[in-house]
Design a protein around this ligand. Structure first.
Ligand code: SF4
Ligand code: SF4
Length: 161
């Protein structure tokens, strides 16, 4: 089993923006946060390292449609300014559930649901030819089938926890 690694691309936080709001401010850096999807209200604290970034966001580092705790720090990179106290919905979220490695054990693809993200042309071609065309089946059978197909083509599939 592989461990989930967040690349901090911000995609999930941007889309979660409409579900997360600041319910009440106890101070400028200590809030109650409302999570609309789970109907939770959770205490959160702005991490000391990100206080200035949160309170005085540079132009372009935030957007009213994003999660209010998200800040854009550089091209393709975001930070959650409440990361240690973030709500459970964020803690439990993984944007992919399996990784694919090549024969040198290098990660070459990620699978979310039944969708592949990869820049390995051979893997993409194998996936489109043999995996995307599989008939509907339960998840366990699908994983076994996909694992067999990938192994035959020199790749291995690993579940992510
Ligand atoms: S969980 Fe996934 S989508 Fe969300 S920021 Fe991390 S890498 Fe991006
Ligand atoms: S609280 Fe943090 S992890 Fe959760 S959506 Fe907002 S920025 Fe992302």
């Amino acid at each position: 089993m592989a461990h989930f690694h967040c690349d901090r691309c911000g995609r999930c936080c941007i889309s979660l923006g409409r579900h997360i709001s600041i319910e009440r401010k106890l101070s400028s850096t200590s809030h109650y946060c409302r999570v609309a999807v789970t109907r939770e209200i959770v205490p959160v604290t702005i991490h000391p390292e990100y206080r200035d970034l949160f309170l005085n966001p540079p132009p372009g580092s935030t957007d009213e449609s994003w999660c209010p705790y998200l800040r854009h720090i550089e091209e393709g990179r975001f930070v959650c300014t409440i990361y240690p106290s973030r709500p459970s919905i964020c803690r439990n979220f993984s944007c992919y559930s399996m990784i694919i490695r090549d024969s040198r054990n290098a990660e070459v693809g990620r699978v979310s649901g039944k969708d592949l993200k990869s820049s390995d042309a051979g893997l993409v071609e194998t996936w489109e030819r043999e995996v995307a065309t599989l008939p509907a089946m339960d998840k366990g059978s699908w994983m076994r089938m996909v694992s067999g197909i990938l192994e035959k083509n020199g790749y291995t599939l690993e579940a992510v926890v």
